[in-house]
Design a protein around this ligand. Structure first.
Ligand SMILES: Cc1ncc(C[n+]2csc(CCOP(=O)(O)OP(=O)(O)O)c2C)c(N)n1
Length: 512
């Protein structure tokens, strides 16, 4: 058995059975091993940003890490932005990065780069395999590291001779490391705040508090005390009928400050204290008032769900009647607007839908329209690096077969990782892409004004995607995905309904 074979066997033994790949010469033995050893689902991405973003989407839905296969430092570097998004979502992931043979590296061949250095900025665990005999053990350690709560990226760099040399040893899976519990005083402090009355108290949830069990507990606590419930920017937010609705801190600073204005106490359950995306001249950088007190019910690496359960018990919060999320909206008719678009989505999205939301400006009003829709999960590119949406949708469809993925996708962001469509076609994934074609970087037009800059011709041209116009039907069809275009609310409703009734990927170019 060579090192590559021991690596594949060890990954499978540790429960990693899906690998998003973009290989090169130094990974040929790994690819050959994938061929010989059954059980690993290999998915090709035609750019590394697709590979890493898809591994992120997969893990968010499957609840376990995928592996990626990346080619040397530059291949890893191409995938960094979506690794950044995955890191901000605390997504578990195991990167396998092929590299020069140990004895060839000193010759400084062209693809030699500081792969470890590039990996370190996004990974919680980095190791370069040094010996064929321990490659299997390295793989098991990588999986163990990736699954440390709340989840992190583990990167194993694999010199090609550790891959092809004989003497590989399959490693047994390592136990999952226990998640520390919140200390008693963390729970007691939160309970004391809530006992004084929930008005002005915000409970902000993240990680495993954002599960059905966590939402039920939070609903009990909120019903008993009157506190408000918020979700932190998170990898996956469960939503829809019967589930406690959570507020989100808006992106726009003034709206964020307004949303949090009444906060006297902020209780963090795995969440970060909310800060604005950027600083703007003369504006605050945190959305909560300065006088608000911050309490930590659970730190991100602690068991947030368990802390929430102890808090509910300490408060004696009884079972509460199910939340009323309001009725599902009717299909949006009349002119095509963000509201009619949102209403149609809320009216038609099926039970179990997965929404991969990179709608940027056009989707800001989606929350209330989709709250009463059947149960679904909401995924966003958590790190603000655009180009995450299409890969997330692709990986989510691999990680949750049988569920329909709806990718709400702004056009500018789509162009970063448009190759995702090809993977969707090849894997025949059930993804409906709603391509929101405004032919501009609309958000940046707003940002230009927010920073107080003057919109001159050159500045405006840097935010204009027209001249030439992108033809999304041709782009999609050129990658094997059927597509149709519409610029009306009725047309959107018809196309969305039709796409949901079929198998495989479909793209709706919505001229907005
Ligand atoms: C990796 C990365 N590159 C660039 C940016 C800066 N950026 C933020 S939003 C944006 C444009 C988004 O345009 P689009 O996706 O078309 O959405 P719209 O604003 O039109 O709704 C850009 C370039 C970023 N956030 N991340």
């Amino acid at each position: 058995m060579n090192g590559a074979e021991s690596l594949v066997h060890s990954l499978l033994a540790s429960g990693v059975d899906t690998c998003f790949c973009n290989p090169g010469t130094s990974e040929m033995h790994f690819v050959a091993a994938l061929d010989r050893i059954p059980g690993m689902h290999c998915v090709l991405g035609l750019f590394e940003g697709v590979v890493t973003g898809a591994a992120d989407g997969y893990a968010r839905m499957a609840g376990k890490p995928a592996a990626t296969l990346l080619h040397c430092g530059p291949g890893l570097a191409n995938g960094l932005a979506n690794l950044h998004n995955a890191r901000r979502a605390s997504t578990p992931m195991v990167n396998i990065v092929g590299d020069q043979a140990t004895y060839h590296r000193p010759n400084d061949p062209p693809l030699t780069a500081d792969a470890e250095g590039w990996a370190r900025g996004v990974s919680g665990w980095v190791r370069t395999a040094e010996d064929v005999a321990t490659v299997g053990a390295d793989a098991a350690a990588a999986v163990q590291a990736a699954t440390i709560a709340p989840g992190q990226i583990a990167t194993l760099i694999l010199p090609s001779d550790t891959s092809w040399n004989p003497g590989g040893v399959v490693a047994e899976p390592l136990p999952r490391l226990p998640t520390p519990l919140a200390a008693p005083n963390q729970v007691d402090d939160a309970a004391a705040v809530l006992r004084r009355g929930g008005a002005g108290v915000v409970l902000m949830l993240a990680h495993n508090a954002l599960t059905d069990a966590g939402l039920d507990l939070a609903h009990r606590i909120a019903t008993a005390t009157g506190c408000q419930l918020f979700a932190d920017t998170a990898g996956r937010i469960p939503r829809g009928a019967g589930r406690t609705p959570l507020q989100r801190v808006p992106y726009v600073v003034d709206a964020a400050v307004a949303a949090m204005a009444g906060t006297r106490h902020l209780i963090l359950c795995g969440a970060r204290k909310p800060v604005t995306f950027f600083a703007y001249p003369g504006k605050p950088t945190t959305s909560i008032p300065h006088a608000a007190e911050v309490h930590v019910l659970a730190r991100r690496e602690q068991d947030c769900l368990e802390a929430l359960a102890r808090l509910a018990d300490t408060l004696g919060a009884p079972q509460a009647p199910p939340p009323d999320n309001g009725a599902r909206p009717d299909i949006g008719r009349g002119p095509l607007t963000p509201e009619s678009f949102a209403a149609t989505l809320g009216a038609l999205m099926p039970e179990g839908a997965i929404i991969a939301d990179e709608s940027i400006t056009y989707g800001r009003g989606l929350g209330p329209y989709t709250q009463g829709a059947p149960r679904h999960d909401w995924l966003v590119p958590t790190g603000g690096a655009i180009g995450g949406g299409m890969p997330l949708a692709t990986g989510a469809a691999v990680g949750a077969p049988g569920r329909r993925v709806i990718n709400l996708q702004a056009d500018g962001s789509a162009m970063y990782t448009v190759q995702s469509l090809w993977t969707q076609a090849r894997e025949q994934l059930d993804v409906t892409t709603v391509l929101l074609s405004n032919r501009k970087y609309q958000i940046l037009l707003g940002e230009l004004a927010n920073v107080g800059a003057n919109p001159g011709r050159t500045a405006l041209e840097m935010m204009d995607l027209g001249n030439p116009d992108l033809d999304w039907r041709k782009l999609a069809e050129g990658m094997g995905v059927e597509a149709a275009r519409t610029d009306t609310a009725d047309g959107f409703a018809d196309l969305l309904a039709a796409s949901l009734a079929r198998k495989g990927p479909f793209l709706i170019e919505l001229l907005i």
